[in-house]
Design a protein around this ligand. Sequence first.
Ligand code: GTP
Ligand code: SPV
Ligand code: MN
Length: 659
Amino acid sequence: MPGTIKTEIKPTGKNEGLSTQLSTQLLKGTTKLPKSVLVQPKRSFRVIYGDLERLPHRVRHYVEENARLCQPDSIHICDGSDKENDLLMYILQKDGILKRLPKYDNCWLSTTDPADVARVEKKTFMSTKLKRDTIPTPKHGADCQLGNWMSLEDMDNALNMRFPDCMKGRTMYVIPFSMGPVGSPLSKIGIELTDSAYVVASMRVMTRVGSKVLGVLNDEEFVKCLHSVGSPLPLSRPIHNNWPCNPQNTIIAHIPHRNEICSFGSGYGGNSLLGKKCFALRLGSILAKKEGWLAEHMLILGIENEKGQKKYIAAAFPSACGKTNLAMMNSSLPGYKITCVGDDIAWMRFDSSGKLRAINPEAGFFGVAPGTSMKTNPNAMKTVKSNTIFTNVAQTSDGGFFWEGMEDEISKSVTIESWLGDKNWSKEDSEGKPAAHPNSRFCTPAAQCPIMDPAWESTEGVPIDAIIFGGRRPKGVPLVYEAMNWQHGVFMGAAMRSESTAAAEHAGKVIMHDPFAMRPFFGYNFGDYLKHWLSFQDKPNLQLPRIYHVNWFRKDANNHFIWPGFGENARVLDWVFRRCDGEDSADMSAIGYVPKQGTLNLSGLKEEVDLKELFSLPPDFWRDEVVAIGKYFDEQVNQDLPPQILDELEKLKQRVAAL
Ligand code: GTP
Ligand code: SPV
Ligand code: MN
């Protein structure tokens, strides 16, 4: 690999980027670099779009130092214009990375290297001086399941082995982006440098991008986001599907004290669109803890009843467990109208009157394609019919898209080309291989969703009345239950478990612990995160939202979902809504409040639902569950577990023993 170096770089502790550190060490003569890095004539950079001189001073410095480090052929400073988008699309087509889906307006398909299809949790690291700032110390030398830590020194070595010269022959794009509405006091700005035009095109959808962002940046703080596909030109190894990447050397690195993210080797989703999980959740959660707010893996929805009364709800489900679907649902329960504020990330803070307010820092949806259909999520289907980039879905011979779940929505006469390029894909002849990758996605502008909430871009955020946790639990966990109080609710979040999905590299459907749906996204020690959540109950004058747990995914003995889900989930939201208004519609159970008989509105439900099975609390299941949660807390959170959480576990254990 060109530019591979092994060097001892000592962290300076200053707020400096990777390449500043390299040059500092060079001056001190403590490091040896290859010629290409050492000989850095003060040449002017080949800027092919935009004007370096007009960048705020610190942005320019960040761009120049990384251009010196990564040695791109040229630099393109994104302005966010339509002209720029035309140029990007031209380049992406020419390079064979995108092709048009002519059935729709401005829709595009990309199929990746099959080795680069999801987030890579094992290669995602936080780097801090003290390990315990990032992760709890597991008991008995067990591997930590609550994040990966790397020392500052090892991280610098890892980065210095990868980034020098990594953009040779490619263009470095400079993307100024805002998480949250441009100029909002709650918004934060990042600058992503990337050698992937696909990332630029996607960031333009997922965030607010371009000159307008620089206009509000002045010379203030921004998050430094460096991304490379790790495949300089000329290529040193074969490339698949015209999708440059470097799976062997992939690393997604976060260095909070430098306000920096460095991602190498993957072009996919959360690995490369650095505003999303890396910034808005991992670095975001650290900032939130420091400043007294919350950065969460949550959808935000509005729900209005027939009387015109409205509430907002935030909900945390693990990846590929139903956030997008709930956030955009059409209520099957007449009288209710759902509106969407966001489908993946919520930044929330208590306002001066004690109300929790949430903004969606994103501007687009990077949604799971399979399972999305006119039946399950018509609003998503309408959203993606224009200006959308699809990744790893299948295509139809009439120029459309296809994925599992759309069988009834394509003409019988079309043929299907699978994401892997099987031109005559059919369910029968494909040996179980799906047409679309299970983690295939649409990347589509939020503003196009027909049910966006009028306040979705409000700068002060929407007021949150309820928080819902949930997961994929095929057994034992009822459709809905309510926490007894804030502390019990925090325990419920901590105790979340869910079946693994294709959103990351986990194989097979195992039940994993996924506290707060944040396991892959914690920026700091989960024990401290719990203390942060608990701290709100000690603050007077806060109107703490009620907390719930839901499970749409319970299965019967025939392996069928008991609950129809999707639009029918409005029936659960209706119960939550009424509970928030103080309705006496709940009975206490061993695990929390459950709907009193007859209070879950099932009128008009098309299929019979076995409510008894849906709400049953099998004693053996719950005793095992308590043991599993206890073991997890003990082994994984260990010394960092707040005593209140242990206390809640003990109380649950006693209640469950009496089942
Ligand atoms: P990320 O974008 O990975 O964070 O996922 P997400 O939480 O937004 O999940 P999404 O809404 O995209 O749903 C993932 C999968 O679960 C899709 O295949 C959906 O069709 C399916 N799904 C969502 N809601 C329901 C439901 O209520 N019942 C059932 N059975 N499946 C659902
Ligand atoms: C998730 O995995 O939770 C996602 C998709 O929302 S990604 O952007 O890849 O993180
Ligand atoms: Mn997500």
